[in-house]
Design a protein around this ligand. Structure first.
Ligand SMILES: [Zn+2]
Length: 401
């Protein structure tokens, strides 16, 4: 029996295009597909019939009648197949199973502590996948492929995570993560960095649909950035995603982990917010947080700031003003229509989000001449990287070159 991944790969470019349109816009009548593709009916029939025969597109329920016979609707087969999307970040790993329209069938997340080396992480991912298939209706579905959104820099061709900084556990250097996952899951893996995965997802299925210029920032252990300019993802050598984080914002600033001084990340990441807060406590300042200093984390600081803790408010505002200043430079440079701020810090700190956006709006000269939309969390919130990885896998299957 032909594997479904091969059915995708063997489709013609025209068939892939039709599948993509139906997948992103369905259910559609034939006349709606004709409107979208500008094809003739005979050509559409010639292209779509083999896809229906292969059960990748199905004729579904009856469309709304405009008088006369009710038309048939066409949609992708959302019952028989599943895709796995994996988000390996420094703070957590999330696994998600989706149908062909990125509807979530199952998801699970675990925190990355000092024991999560690449080997243990892949082992835990495999266990979760096996459990999910046993416990849910996934056992009836054929698994097609896997998408991985992870921390750069990457060698995507070779499937290697090169030298990401900030993992708590050891051995995250030159990790052949693609091969490791393919061996354990017996499926092909497509990978990209997490920020690219998320911005691709938002542009194809989320708030960025129909927009050509989108910027996505994820605040976790570091600051990860993905951007789409004029409809194309901006790719850098080695697919690093933290270049923005190392934009110098203060020429006399603090020393950064990259060896330079005064980078955005020295002030505005979870790591630096926590470090700067603790430094001020050690220097004798007080806080309402009732915890031993070594146990205080970014969630405590963010929540204390939401509740008016003086020191926490000051640290968060300073961090957000510095990020917002960097963001205004970024906006002036790339002129995005939509700026999404997301990730663990943004989701817990309304204050950080508000001050960042206000600062960027004040300092950015372009905002006076164009409508820039800002959004907290994007459409997909904390699922953006894992779902985005599944989206990247689908887009790779539909690549016609
Ligand atoms: Zn730096």
């Amino acid at each position: 029996m032909t594997k479904v991944i091969d059915k995708f790969k063997n489709m013609s470019k025209d068939a892939k295009d039709i599948f993509s349109i139906v997948q992103k816009n369905g259910s559609l009548t034939k006349s709606q597909i004709l409107d979208l593709t500008k094809l003739k009916l005979t050509t559409l029939n010639r292209i779509i019939n083999p896809i229906i025969k292969n059960k990748l597109i199905v004729e579904t329920s009856i469309g709304e009648s405009t008088g006369g016979r009710r038309p048939t609707l066409y949609d992708v087969n959302n019952i028989d197949y599943a895709i796995i999307g994996i988000d390996i970040s420094r703070l957590y790993t999330q696994i998600i199973f989706t149908d062909l329209k990125l509807g979530i069938i199952y998801k699970e997340r675990f925190n990355m502590d000092s024991s999560y080396t690449p080997e243990k992480t892949v082992c835990r991912i495999t266990e979760i996948c096996e459990k999910a298939v046993l416990m849910t209706d996934l056992k009836r579905r054929e698994l097609i492929t896997v998408g991985l959104g992870t921390v750069g820099p990457l060698d995507i061709q070779k499937g290697i995570m090169k030298s990401p900084v900030g993992f708590i556990a050891d051995n995250w250097t030159s990790t052949p993560i693609k091969k490791m996952l393919e061996k354990r899951l017996s499926l092909e893996v497509y990978m990209d960095n997490g920020a690219n995965s998320a911005v691709t997802l938002e542009s194809l299925y989320g708030y960025g649909k129909d927009l050509k210029n989108i910027a996505y920032f994820n605040f976790g252990m570091g600051i990860r950035t993905g951007a789409i300019s004029d409809g194309n993802i901006i790719r850098t050598i080695n697919d690093v995603e933290d270049a923005f984080a190392h934009m110098v914002i203060d020429v006399d600033g603090e020393k950064c982990s990259c060896g330079n001084y005064g980078c955005v990340e020295c002030y505005s990441s979870i790591k630096s917010i926590t470090k700067n807060f603790k430094k001020r406590i050690i220097n004798g300042e007080t806080t309402t947080i009732q915890k031993p200093i070594e146990d205080i984390n970014y969630i405590d600081i963010s929540l204390a700031a939401e509740n008016g803790d003086r020191l926490a408010v000051e640290i968060i505002i300073k961090a957000a003003e510095i990020f917002g200043t960097g963001l205004s430079n970024f906006i002036n440079l790339l002129n995005p229509e939509l700026v999404i701020l997301s990730g663990p810090l943004i989701m817990v700190s309304q204050l950080f989000y508000k001050v960042s956006v206000n600062t960027a709006k004040q300092k950015c000269y372009l905002s006076k001449h164009s409508n820039i939309f800002f959004n907290r969390g994007g459409y997909f919130k904390e699922d953006a990287i894992s779902l985005g990885a599944a989206a990247i896998a689908i887009e790779n299957l539909l690549k016609s070159y």
